[in-house]
Design a protein around this ligand. Structure first.
Ligand SMILES: Nc1nc2c(ncn2[C@@H]2O[C@H](COP(=O)(O)OP(=O)(O)OP(=O)(O)O)[C@@H](O)[C@H]2O)c(=O)[nH]1
Ligand SMILES: [Mg+2]
Length: 455
């Protein structure tokens, strides 16, 4: 990570070779203005360095006077900037080399190359963002669907912070009450254990709800990994093509057509999905096909849902049954009968055990399959989700719930107030780690190191 108090710089825009017309070099820290002034030559005579004003000119090498790029410069004086520090942004031409030259000049003037997430980290340390908002910024950047963006926006707006902080405040108030009783027992009106416990029960309940909703939100953010698995020729690749809406995969009437994993990104009802088509699983002497089958098995460990496809016109066979048994037991699996167009009455011939019947060729049953898929991941109504919790946030919320559960045991056992305060403090601490109210430097470094450079 960067030294505190240093001036840092990085390219803040996406860096893909040769694309994009503009790239931004961002400089933040006490030296931002002076570095900006050294490398920038305004085009007109009467340009004034005022906060939040755009200047037009060139970035030059101060020693040689060589022009490096034609730019717009934006100066934002502390604390009115993203980081809360003095910030200078140089809006350069977007070419990879071009922006690199500008950045190198800025670094040569004494800025440090910014570590991943360094700008956001400073924003948090300077109180411009709370930690949940900073994490929402990261989600925003990586969002793969409109719904995921809306969810990140809600986080950026402080939705998660307000809910968590409200609960944390209640815990703090109860702690204050308890501690007051410990210190001045005789001067205060007596405190009913049941009243305190009731209020804490409420918090635990809300927290549980928040954790569950947040976990679903996270799934929406991350997207679902869905694997299509089945014996050869049941129509796995055809189903992938149907769901993506184009001929992504090769389909033939020959078993063993797909020999490698094939991924497709799509969005179903606002939920980003990575769909993986796999090689049909069977005994084979073909080395290439066998490698494909091994990969099919590997992908299972990462899947959120497995679509176990079988040929409904043949029925659920011994082989399908065997395959179903081999699948990881803790990953939800949906058994989907394909090729129902070949059957007069598929429902009747397969029975109620197999409600999911589709035809990849005609599209019959596909909407119901999507419903079932989203439902089994609790994402059938993503528009109702308001928050998402990252793995880190979720596990801290769970720990706070455990702290409170321990406290309820303490209460049950009739132990005195000072025992209550121990667990209560723990719970407050864990919630504070989510919001950033109570978090140490190294934990912060960890969180921000997962951000991208320039963010
Ligand atoms: N009638 C009918 N035929 C289908 C349907 N879906 C797939 N097929 C046919 O079944 C054959 C195999 O389809 P694929 O999609 O290649 O099957 P696969 O499971 O990917 O096969 P492998 O990659 O070899 O494991 C092709 O001839 C498809 O046209 C369907 O819904 N109805
Ligand atoms: Mg295939």
């Amino acid at each position: 990570m960067n030294r505190p108090g240093s001036t840092i710089a990085a390219v803040a825009t996406a860096l893909a070779a040769g694309t994009g017309s503009i790239a931004i070099v961002r400089i933040s820290g006490p030296g931002a203005l002076s570095i900006g002034q050294r490398v920038f030559r305004p085009a007109g005579q009467r340009q004034v360095w005022e906060s939040h004003r755009v200047l037009y000119g060139h970035v030059v090498c101060p020693e040689s006077g060589q022009i490096l790029d034609e730019v717009l410069l934006l100066y934002m004086q502390a604390p009115r900037s993203f980081t809360g520090e003095d910030v200078v942004e140089l809006h350069c031409h977007g070419g990879l080399i071009c922006v690199q030259r500008v950045l190198e000049q800025v670094l040569a003037e004494g800025a440090e190359a910014a570590a991943p997430g360094a700008f956001s980290q400073r924003a948090v340390l300077n109180g411009r963002l709370d930690l949940t908002q900073a994490e929402a910024v990261a989600q925003m950047v990586s969002a793969r669907s409109h719904r995921a963006v809306e969810l990140a926006l809600a986080g950026l707006d402080g939705g998660l912070y307000r809910r968590l902080n409200g609960l944390r405040q209640t815990l703090l108030e109860q702690l204050a009450e308890l501690e007051a009783r410990l210190d001045f027992e005789d001067d205060l009106p007596p405190l009913e254990a049941s009243t305190v416990e009731k209020s804490l029960q409420e918090v635990a309940k809300d927290l549980h709800q928040l954790a569950m909703e947040g976990q679903r939100g996270e799934r929406l953010q991350q997207g679902l990994q869905v694997a299509i698995l089945g014996r050869p020729n049941v129509g796995k690749s055809s189903l992938l093509n149907r769901l993506t809406g184009y001929e992504r995969a090769i389909v033939t009437e020959l078993p063993g057509t797909t020999r490698d994993l094939l991924e497709a990104q799509l969005v179903l009802r606002g939920v980003p999905i990575t769909l993986v088509d796999t090689a049909g699983i069977r005994q084979t002497n073909d080395l290439v096909e066998q490698k494909g089958i091994d990969r099919s098995r590997d992908v299972l460990s990462q899947a959120d849902v497995i679509l176990l496809l079988f040929d409904a016109s043949v029925g659920w066979s011994q082989g399908d049954q065997q395959l179903a048994h081999e699948l990881p037991q803790n990953t939800p699996q949906l058994r989907v009968g394909n090729k129902v167009d070949l059957l007069a009455d598929a429902m009747a011939s397969l029975g109620p055990e197999f409600p999911l019947l589709v035809s990849a060729n005609t599209g019959a049953g596909i909407e119901a399959l999507i419903d079932a898929l989203l439902k089994c991941c609790s994402l059938s109504e993503p528009e109702h989700l308001q928050i998402s919790l990252s793995q880190r946030q979720f596990s801290l919320a769970q720990q706070a719930i455990q702290d409170l559960t321990r406290l309820f045991d303490t209460a049950e056992a009739g132990l005195p107030w000072d025992f209550w305060t121990i667990d209560l403090r723990e719970a407050i601490g864990h919630l504070g780690e989510i919001t950033g109210a109570e978090i140490n430097e190294s934990a912060l470094d960890q969180i921000f190191s997962r951000f991208c450079i320039g963010k």
